[in-house]
Ligand binder design. Structure first.
Ligand code: NAD
Length: 357
């Protein structure tokens, strides 16, 4: 197990803002990236937090991530929008795409948004939360265009991305339901975090380069590559396939396959459906049914080792409250990589360190 630092959220924000800004992003873009990544850490998803900074900076330097890019509208028929993220920072592209979709869903009652070729959209729940804040239900299917990392059901090598699926449902007067997960048994970033911490991953989550079970996270981090397994056997693998076909193909994006140009960028395409329950005429009904159903399911007696039955989105909110109070742990390897990313874009290592002190 490697050493771990604990940083306050605002200190990490300052460090990420400085590094992303030094790489050439506008202050607004640097702010969006920093806020989104630190928010992922606060919500317990370190796989999609500040540890992504080195990969983003490499992608900028290699020309795979376009700085200060904005969403381009490719087709617009009111309630249907086809957008292109132009390989821009997903933290900006995702927010712009959802803002457009929200405005349309408020006008028409529904909006279908096909967003192709954003750079990494991070934690997809972030976009569902943007919709929830506007009172909208949203469903998101996402593909990941990078080196394939997940084996199809029954396969011995990686052919799929970790293709996340997400649903957000606002609850008047209560915290929303936000179901947000990778279709792999664990997110790829979690194996990177395990590798950097020097700890094994759970049995049954990855296979090695021969397609045999292993708990060594190296097989999804460094060569020779193995693969993550899909969650839920054939069901999760099927959902991952649907994320390619809807999230990419229907949305106007490219589906996965062998990486042709070898560049270390991560592109996401996302197919989203935004619905206004008010306009559907079921808002009051939804609220009533949801409250009674949530109460019914969460009243289930907890199993041994479980404190209580929770709703999707609840663990993230609990972790957020705890980490705002106690700080965010970042392992020394990841922190070293973040500082090194700052150095690559012209900052002094001591300057980055000073920002988190
Ligand atoms: P996970 O396995 O931690 O599952 C998270 C989901 O399960 C959340 O909705 C959470 O509220 C719910 N949950 C967890 N514990 C629960 C409990 N005890 N009771 C009720 N609900 C519970 O998530 P993951 O698969 O590791 O994904 C992590 C993040 O990675 C997600 O935010 C996802 O969007 C993101 N991701 C992004 C990409 C990308 O390319 N942009 C790819 C893959 C994953």
């Amino acid at each position: 197990m490697t050493e771990t630092h604990v940083f306050r959220a605002d200190a990490l924000l300052a460090a990420v803002r400085a590094i992303v800004g030094a790489a050439g992003s506008s202050p607004a873009e640097a702010e969006a990236v920093a806020t989104n990544l630190v928010e992922a850490n606060l919500r317990g998803h370190d796989s999609h937090g500040v540890g992504m900074v080195p990969r983003y900076i490499d992608a900028v330097l290699e020309g795979g991530l376009m700085l200060n890019a904005h969403v381009a509208v490719r087709a617009d028929s009111g309630a249907l929008l086809t957008l292109d993220g132009q390989s821009g920072y997903g933290q900006v592209i995702g927010a712009e795409a959802m803002a457009l979709g929200i405005e349309r869903a408020q006008r028409h009652g529904v909006c279908v948004v096909g967003l192709a070729h954003s750079h990494h959209l991070g934690r997809i729940g972030h976009w569902a939360e943007q919709c929830v804040d506007a009172g909208l239900v949203s469903i998101h299917f996402v593909n990941v265009l990078a080196r394939p990392i997940v084996a199809p059901f029954g396969g011995r090598d990686a052919r799929l991305g970790t293709n996340p699926f997400c649903v957000g449902i606002p609850r008047p007067g209560a915290e929303p339901i936000v179901l947000d997960f990778a279709t792999s048994k664990i997110a790829q970033g979690k194996t990177r975090v395990a590798y950097n911490r020097g700890v094994p991953v759970e049995p049954g989550t990855i296979i090695d380069n021969h397609g045999d079970p292993t708990t060594d996270p190296r097989f999804t981090v460094i060569e020779p590559s193995g693969a993550l397994l899909p969650f839920g056997e054939h069901k999760g693998a099927g959902l991952a396939l649907i994320c390619e076909l809807l999230g990419a193909a229907l949305a106007g994006g490219k589906t996965g396959g062998p990486v042709a140009d070898g560049r270390r960028r991560v592109l996401n395409s996302m197919f989203s459906i935004l619905v206004d329950p008010e306009r559907l005429g079921t808002a009051a009904h939804l609220a009533r049914e949801m409250e009674s159903f949530v109460a019914w399911t969460t009243a289930s007696p907890p199993m041994a080792g479980v404190d209580r039955v929770k709703t999707p989105g609840e663990p993230e909110r609990e972790t957020r409250a705890a980490r705002l109070a106690a700080g965010i742990a970042v392992d020394a390897v990841s922190w070293g990589e973040i500082v090194a990313a700052g150095v690559k874009v012209g900052l002094a290592a001591r300057g980055v360190q000073a920002l988190v002190r």
